[in-house]
Write a protein of this length. Sequence first.
Length: 85
Amino acid sequence: MMITVDPHSGVPVYRQVMDQVRFHIAAGLLGPGDELPPKRALAAEPGVNPMTISKAYSFLEKEGVVGWRPGRPLIVAHVSIPYFW
C-alpha cells in the first residue's frame, strides 16, 4: 500500500493517512480481512513519524474500518465504507 503525504496541504498528516486507507478500501485495493502494513513500515514510505500512523490507525479502529487482533497486524474490517466521508 502506497501512502503519499503533502505537509503543506493544511490537512493534518494523520487525516491524510486515514483518507488514503479508506480510499484503498473503497477502491477494492484492500478487502475485508486484508492485513495493513505495520506502523513503522508505513511511516517509512512517506517519511512521517510512526506515532502519526499509530494515531491514524487508532481513529480508523474507533470508526470500525479496521480491526485489531492481539499480537497480529491490523486487518480491514468486514464493513462497507460509504463513498462519502
